[in-house]
Design a protein around this ligand. Sequence first.
Ligand SMILES: [Zn+2]
Length: 198
Amino acid sequence: MEIRLSPRASIFWDNSGAPFVHFYGLDRSGGWGGILRLPNWKAVAREILPHLPEVDDVDDALAQLEELRAVFIEIGDILLALAQQRSSLLYEICGMGNASVDSVRAIWLAHRHQTTTQAAKREITKRRRYQFNRERDVLMLRLIESGVPYVCAIDGCPVSEDLTIDHVLALSRGGADELENLRFLCQPHNSEKGDRDA
Ligand SMILES: [Zn+2]
């Protein structure tokens, strides 16, 4: 039995009964994904199933549908979310052709973890920059007081005006505002360095 999940995918069962997802091109329309979301989906399915040539036993097909409905909806949601984002991940998954439900779920979870991890990292770095900017003048004085000359730290660079404070271990990588991690850089050398560590 094969069930259309969304415009892009169907779910079907191999001979051992394991569910697989089969991905189509982008232009097929599908009905089951929508039907499975209806509150009265079972009544609708019971009317449709007897007309499908691949269904021998309506009760058996309905039992399979009921058992795997959560999986249909989950995978359908994943594909819909990816389609709405026009995600390149969708094309990656579609390129797999027949894929096990578990592998689609694993790819999606890895993608979601990566996305949320990056967002958390950006947020933390933003707060750290704000905190550092508030302390900048104090840190500059403390650097000078500790004996660091007010000149660009790059060998041979003579600039000693409008210096910036640079984090040797980059702030975006967890570099602290400790004097040992700070040095003076001229503006060109600081922008050349960007977010990298020295
Ligand atoms: Zn310089």
